[in-house]
Write a protein that binds this ligand. Sequence first.
Ligand SMILES: [Ca+2]
Length: 75
Amino acid sequence: MITWKVTGSTFALGDVDKSGNVNVSDAVIVLKASVDQVTLTSEEAALADVDRSGVVDVGDAVQILRKSVNLTAAF
Ligand SMILES: [Ca+2]
């Protein structure tokens, strides 16, 4: 598993809300961020950019959704 060390704690890539797991809540946050409904901190953006394209967009949300239902084993 790829993790990012942020603010002294380690969260899994995709765990944007830092709940301890990657689920649909993270996908919703990323979707909202992709249409500028929410603004992510740099830390959250790093966790959200699961395809490491450099931007947080709907592609990341789709991948997080797939992971949340175990269609993707890892990013
Ligand atoms: Ca991305």
